[in-house]
Design a protein around this ligand. Structure first.
Ligand SMILES: Nc1nc2c(ncn2[C@@H]2O[C@H](COP(=O)(O)OP(=O)(O)OP(=O)(O)O)[C@@H](O)[C@H]2O)c(=O)[nH]1
Ligand SMILES: [Mg+2]
Length: 412
């Protein structure tokens, strides 16, 4: 099994730390050479969400993780990450190759918007004194670029499309709109929700004003490509004020703000990989394991990270931002399919080999389809491995469920 289908787009102004975030998030300090978790495309890599492994809850000494990695009871589950080139104001009009970069976002399910919370980067990416630029304005300007880009996609030949739908006897308007936006990774359910929220459901498309169309797309973007803000460079003291302002302005709007120091995370992960420190992504601290491998400057750098980032912010925030995107904003849960409900193993006797990320509300039968189309088609019932109870097809899975799917023998 591969990295889940979830794709996180790492976006933001130029020079704010997107590539550093991406490099940190896609580097894991355990041997994974023989796993298919390498770079998928030049700018797409595999990152991980972190979650307590269910083997711990079940009182098992260990698991045999196969589609993910279990480190001391923490399960690292792969998700895809895309490093998008920096956006400048006016990108949606093609400035700075903007449209090409924005088009990379078509397939993204959620965006991590990296901003320089220390306010030391100009809108064009030029470094300045900390506190010079307002990170809240930066977020607003980036969201505007993404929204305008999406508006540009839907508004192209809109009148013609609206007329076809209005006069063509189309009853499934949400479906027609979703189709028009196909390739943007937007579901019909999201379109229907945006129609409801904007009060445009039932209105003939040709009566929409351009402001209404804009508002519709803004709403749809919020639903279908939600944003987590990574308030980066918090190792710089001036960033504290930026983080405060960002939280104050964005959290009431439902946009989570996670303070991050991507550079610190990258340094820690590399030090862990080199065997210098013991550190798991997302940990609130690290431990030096081999003093002799450290130069004075390295020790100093690590102590600064401990002092200015870990003690102050509780972690580097990189892992927290990814978790927030997947578990918070996208509402994913983790379920463990097994064959043997007594030993929690697959057919080969591996303990809890796989974990699958699915949206909250996913049913047992939908999980079966996720694993294999045939399994979905021939689904009979599921079994909760903890209670050994039978579950019907419409049972809604819970986070941490360990599930066996029972299907009719496939006809040959
Ligand atoms: N102090 C500090 N510097 C950082 C942090 N993250 C990144 N940087 C620095 O910011 C600069 C830009 O980092 P990149 O990761 O290349 O930024 P980017 O957003 O990918 O830039 P473009 O690809 O040009 O748009 C580099 O000098 C990084 O070392 C951080 O958490 N703290
Ligand atoms: Mg970059």
């Amino acid at each position: 099994m591969e990295a889940s289908d979830i794709l996180i787009g790492v976006v933001g102004k130029t020079n704010v730390g997107k590539s550093t975030f991406f490099a940190a998030a896609t580097e894991l300090s355990v041997a994974i050479e023989n796993r298919p978790f390498t770079t998928i495309e030049p700018n797409v890599g595999v990152g991980y969400v972190r979650k307590r492994c269910v083997h711990v809850d079940l009182g098992l000494p260990k698991c045999d993780a196969r589609n993910s990695i279990c480190i001391d009871g923490d399960r690292f589950i792969p998700v895809k990450l895309m490093d998008v080139a920096g956006l400048v104001p006016g990108a949606h009009k093609g400035r700075g190759l903007g449209n090409r970069f924005l088009d990379d976002l078509r397939r993204a399910d959620v965006l991590i918007l990296v901003v320089d919370a220390s306010g030391a980067t100009s809108p064009e990416g030029v470094p300045a004194e900390p506190g010079t630029y307002d990170p809240v304005e930066e977020v607003e300007s980036m969201i505007r670029e993404v929204d305008e880009w999406m508006y540009g996609i839907i508004s192209k030949d809109w009148e013609k499309f609206a007329k076809t739908v209005d006069t063509g006897g189309v009853t499934d308007v949400a479906g027609a709109l979703a189709q028009r936006l196909s390739g943007l990774s937007i579901t019909k359910a999201s379109v229907a929700r945006a129609l409801e929220e904007t009060g445009l459901a039932g209105r003939k498309l040709s009566t929409w004003t351009s402001d209404e169309l804009r508002e519709f797309m803004r709403t749809l973007r919020r639903i279908a490509k939600p944003i987590v803000v990574a308030a980066n460079k918090v190792d710089v003291p001036a960033a504290a004020e930026g983080v405060r302002r960002l939280k104050e302005a964005l959290e009431p709007k439902g946009i989570p703000v996670v303070p991050t120091s991507a550079l610190s995370e990258l340094i820690l992960r590399r030090a862990a990989r080199a065997g210098i420190v013991k550190y798991k992504p997302g940990d609130p601290d690290f431990e030096v394991v081999d003093e002799s491998k450290l130069t004075g400057r390295q020790r100093e750098a690590l102590e600064l990270i401990r002092e200015r980032v870990l003690r102050k912010w509780g972690g580097t925030g990189v892992q927290q931002a990814i978790n927030e995107a997947v578990f918070g904003v996208l509402g994913m849960i983790a379920v463990y399919p097994v064959e043997d409900v007594n030993r929690y193993t697959d057919r080969e006797g591996r303990v809890l080999p796989d974990v699958v990320l699915v949206p909250r509300g996913t049913t047992a039968r939908e999980l079966a389809y996720r694993i294999h189309t045939d399994l979905g088609k021939t689904f009979l019932y599921a079994i909760d491995a903890r209670t050994k109870r039978r579950l019907g097809e419409s049972y809604q899975l819970k986070d941490g469920d360990v599930i066996k799917i029972v299907a009719a023998a496939a006809r040959r």
